[in-house]
Design a protein around this ligand. Structure first.
Ligand code: 5RP
Length: 227
């Protein structure tokens, strides 16, 4: 199977997961990226069961609306049962690197509201140690050079993502050359740098469920095996 076929397979599995577990009329959070796009196409078939969706980016909102799926402002939502999103890397503790699509800040906000974070990935995203994929950091534009110097002190090699302005009007520094052995601590440390909006480590709020597409089928893993 190609990587694209694996992404489509996990998108179908995520649609079934949502259809089985999200109460009719409840709110669904929707992530950003190519895997999330396949998921959006799948949930078009169950849109009448959804109370509405919250999008983690302008691109996702547009795709959802294109399918006639109701998109709500997060400020109008009191509770969200499930958030479904892809990842660039995920480790054995369900910590992730996200933000390859530049939507990390809104993704982190929507994920914070959701009861259950369902990560949907193909098997290439599963890693022993995070950091092989450059870690995205969203930065207020005037702080870019300062934050770059601070990230270098932490052992990374930050590179400005050329031509990208986030949905929030900010810039992205992609930090290369990291081997992240303490994802929760490193997430917190980077967020303490003045001028950082947030970083793409999702460790303090990692995934609760991983749907992982492999050549042998989609595997389901739980952060808390009792759940
Ligand atoms: C976007 C993300 C995506 O979830 C991540 O980049 C994975 O993308 P894809 O499904 O295209 O491989 O975090 O900001």
């Amino acid at each position: 199977m190609t990587q694209d076929e694996l992404k489509q397979a996990v998108a179908r599995a995520a649609r079934d997961y949502v259809a089985d577990r999200l109460p009719v009329g409840a709110i669904l959070g929707v992530g950003t990226g190519s895997t999330a796009n396949y998921f959006i196409d799948q949930i078009a078939g169950i849109k009448d069961r959804l109370g509405g969706t919250v999008a983690s980016s302008e691109a996702t909102a547009k795709r959802l609306a294109g399918h006639g799926i109701r998109v709500l402002d997060l400020n109008d939502v009191d509770a969200m049962g499930i958030y479904v999103d892809g990842a660039d890397e995920i480790d054995g503790s369900m910590a992730m690197v996200k933000g390859g699509g530049g939507a990390l800040t809104r993704e982190k906000i929507v994920a914070a509201v959701a009861d259950t974070f369902v990560c949907i990935c193909d098997a290439s995203k599963r890693v022993q140690t995070l950091g092989g994929y450059p870690l995205p950091v969203e930065v207020i534009p005037m702080a870019c050079a300062y934050v770059s110097r601070e990230l270098t002190k932490l052992g990374g090699k930050p590179k400005l993502r050329e031509g990208l302005v986030t949905d929030n009007g900010n810039l992205i520094l992609d930090v290369h050359g990291l081997s992240i052995t303490d994802p929760g601590g490193f997430e917190e440390r980077i967020n303490q740098i003045v001028g950082v909006v947030t970083n793409g480590l999702f460790a303090q709020r990692g995934a609760d469920v991983l749907l992982l597409a492999t050549a042998d089928g989609v595997q389901t893993m739980h952060a808390n095996p009792a759940s």
